[in-house]
Every structure is written in structure tokens, then in C-alpha cells.
Design a protein around this ligand. Structure first.
Ligand code: DGL
Length: 271
């Protein structure tokens, strides 16, 4: 059983967000844009990134550790801003803790509904693509669609280092998109919260006919709806506290959040 947290959840408590690193900030940006009055607490477990090549047991253990930390800081809801952690660990998290969890999963269903060529591509981590949840989702929603699954090996470590546009990144993305172009996909699902930061580069290398789909906005809408349902939406108009914590170098975090620099606080922690 999980630990018990004796605090009464209130609307003023923060929305907790965690990811294996900086990628979940792509989800945080959507949440902050939809819910600008909410206090938020972001935990980047960059020291343990990437999660994508770890075993399910390891991913569960790290997800529990991150959740415990956010609960110690009185989060009223937890957004698992990591596809790998969601697809491998959210079931366990929900069974251990009573706080509401929002997860992020590859947007296979919207892509299957939109595709005209009946061929879609997905770029995600090994952990996500090999998970039972991903298997179930594709079987249920994309059975009549050809899916080209590509593991984005090496992408997350480069993004963690702030390399969104380096020759190495271009080389990897070229290699990963070629089989998708050959398969005549018309939708590319980004199944990792780090990957939305690669959209400018991807747009340069993909034909215009390919639509890039990620799940950030849907996660923000779902977060809002669950907060509403639990009467936990923060209606206070004061300036929200927007705190970011990383257990490694904070440079990439600061770079990705530079547009918010006057509003946020970024801290390094031993975690
Ligand atoms: N942002 C994580 C995801 O959405 C990255 C996984 C990793 O650390 O490999 O899957």
C-alpha cells in the first residue's frame, strides 16, 4: 500500500506534474495556458532519464518515487506527463493513491479517425511501444489501420542536453521518418512528451501532407475536467506559484521555459 497523506485537498494546492525530464514541460505549457490561475509543481527526474529503455519494474519504482515527492508537497492532482510512465505505471499508481491521476498516451485514436491513407506512424519510446496499454489501445482503436512503429532511440538524451537541432538529431530523425514516408503515412503520432520540441525540425523533413499529432492539449482539457468534477479548480486571481524542480542540470529546463522566465521559479534538488 502507498503512504497516507493527511491533508485535506484544496483548490489552492498545486497541480503536480512529473516526467523523466524536461519533456513534460510541453504538457505543462498546455496546462498553464488552459488553467492560468493554477499553482503548479513540476518535477523533472532528469537524473534517471531516459525511462524508455528501463524495465517496467524500474519505471513503476521511479513513478512511485516521483508521486510520493509530489504528494509530500501537497499536490491535489498528479499529471503523469510521460507516455512511458503512463503506459507502464499508471495502473499501479491509481491502485496505491487516492489522488486523481491524469496520464498521457499516444494519440492513436485521433490519428486512426483522421487518416485517409489508412497508414499512420508513431514515434515513441521502447517502453511505450512494448506496453500492454499501447497494445490494447491500438487493437481497440486502430485495428483497420497500418501502423509504422518507430522507437525514437537516442532522441530523449539529446533533448535533455538541449540539442533540438544538432546534426546528430537531424540524422536520427531522418532515419526514423524515412520508413514512415515510405509507408505513405498521413498522420504522425508523437508518443513521447519530449518530442513536441522536435516539431519544427520534423516539419522541415516531412511532406506537408503528413499531420503531426500530439496529446498535450487533450491532457490539459482532461486535467481541467477532473479538477472541475472534484471541485478543485482554483478560482483565486492572485499570481500563481509556478515551481520547477530538477535533479540534474537546469539549463535545458530554463531554455524551454524562457518565455515564462519572469513568472516561474526553477530549482535544483537532490532527489
Ligand atoms: N517524456 C517521456 C515520454 O513521454 C520520455 C521517456 C524517456 O525518458 O525515455 O515517454
Amino acid at each position: 500500500m502507498g503512504s497516507f497523506y493527511f491533508y485535506t485537498m484544496s483548490a489552492a494546492h498545486p497541480i503536480g506534474v512529473f516526467d523523466s525530464g524536461v519533456g513534460g514541460t510541453s504538457i505543462w505549457q498546455e496546462i498553464h495556458s488552459l488553467l492560468p490561475h493554477e499553482n503548479t509543481l513540476y518535477l523533472a527526474d532528469s537524473k534517471n532519464a531516459p525511462y524508455g529503455n528501463k524495465t517496467q519494474e524500474e519505471i513503476i519504482a521511479l513513478s512511485i518515487k516521483n508521486t510520493e515527492w509530489l504528494l509530500q508537497h501537497q499536490c491535489k492532482i498528479i499529471v503523469v506527463a510521460c507516455n512511458t510512465a503512463t503506459t507502464n505505471a499508471i495502473k499501479v499508481l491509481r491502485s496505491r493513491y487516492s489522488v486523481p491521476f491524469i496520464g498521457i498516451e499516444p494519440a492513436i485514436k485521433p490519428a486512426a479517425l483522421q487518416t485517409k491513407t489508412k497508414s499512420i506512424g508513431i514515434l515513441a519510446t521502447k517502453g511505450t511501444l512494448s506496453s500492454d496499454l499501447f497494445y490494447k489501445t491500438t487493437k481497440e482503436h486502430a485495428n483497420d489501420v497500418k501502423i509504422t512503429e518507430i522507437i525514437g532511440e537516442g532522441l530523449v538524451p539529446l533533448i535533455e542536453k538541449g540539442q533540438f537541432n544538432s546534426p546528430e538529431m537531424t540524422k536520427l530523425l531522418n532515419k526514423y521518418t524515412q520508413p514512415m514516408i515510405a509507408a505513405q503515412i498521413d498522420c504522425l503520432v508523437l508518443g513521447c512528451s519530449h518530442y513536441p520540441y522536435l516539431i519544427p525540425l520534423l516539419k522541415n523533413m516531412l511532406p506537408e501532407t503528413i499531420k503531426i499529432i500530439d496529446s498535450g492539449e487533450a491532457v490539459a482539457r482532461q486535467t481541467k475536467s477532473i479538477l472541475e468534477r472534484n471541485h478543485l479548480l482554483n478560482t483565486a486571481m492572485e499570481k500563481p506559484a509556478l515551481d520547477f524542480y530538477s535533479n540534474l542540470d537546469t539549463n535545458t529546463l530554463a531554455y524551454l521555459l524562457k518565455g515564462y522566465s519572469t513568472k516561474i521559479r526553477i530549482n535544483k534538488i537532490n532527489f
